[in-house]
Write a protein of this length. Sequence first.
Length: 288
Amino acid sequence: MKKFNTCIVLAFALLLAACSSLRLAYNNGDTLLYWWLDAYIDFDSEQKADVKQDIGDFFRWHRKTQLQDYVQLLQKCQRQLQGNPSQAELMADYVDIRDRTEALLLRSAPDIAELALSLKPEQLASMEKKFAKNNAKFRKENMKGDAQEQNKYRYKKSMEQFELWFGGFSGEQEALIRRASDARPLNNELWLDERMRRQLKIMTLARKIMREQPSKQVATQWIEELIRSGFDRFGFSDRKAFFDNYTQSTVELVHTVVRIATPEQKNHAQKRMDGWIKDLNTLAGQVH
């Protein structure tokens, strides 16, 4: 059984985003992901062995079937960087990643259903507590001070990612990037509300499954609906304009960085991707 696959995928994505040493993160991912999941669910003694087995199964499957696809994606990024990608190309990349993520989650819906059917009341309470803690962190980091201070914090977080890819920027470049960053609509209250809406839907469905104990097939259908609604959550008429604008302006921000990058900075990005490609190929060739 691979009932924890989806949670693992999400945690793994966060792990890689935070770690510049991909090979190190991946090879230690089983332990780190177990801790990450346990922080939400607080596994009981009967679940621990199964969870660890599921994590191991996931990494073996992922190593065999997904890493070479990541290599191809990085190689596509390298080709685009050589040719100065347009905003339309960058938007297409965003849509491609979003669609891939949705497809992966939908593929994992039966595993999520099996997990949901096994949860206990105290574990739902643990999830709810963790959500509340995450929301408090979001408020502290993203909603501190006035709009100027919030824009500054958002810009700094973006720059951390851009510097990982391109290295350092000149003062003139930073000014242009800051201008493009601040051009994005700012409404952290709305982002927090979206987070809480999504969490409420998750908790409501988890409680329903625990209470009604439907068949796995029915639970899977409910979870598929939840996943699709999660990807459609920005389509509400009263919020669609904001999120469409935010997505477009974020693509414009990335396009600005690529457009003003010097040959040396682009070479830095190419070498960074070469390193990740080498790591992925090495990891894909390792059999455990």
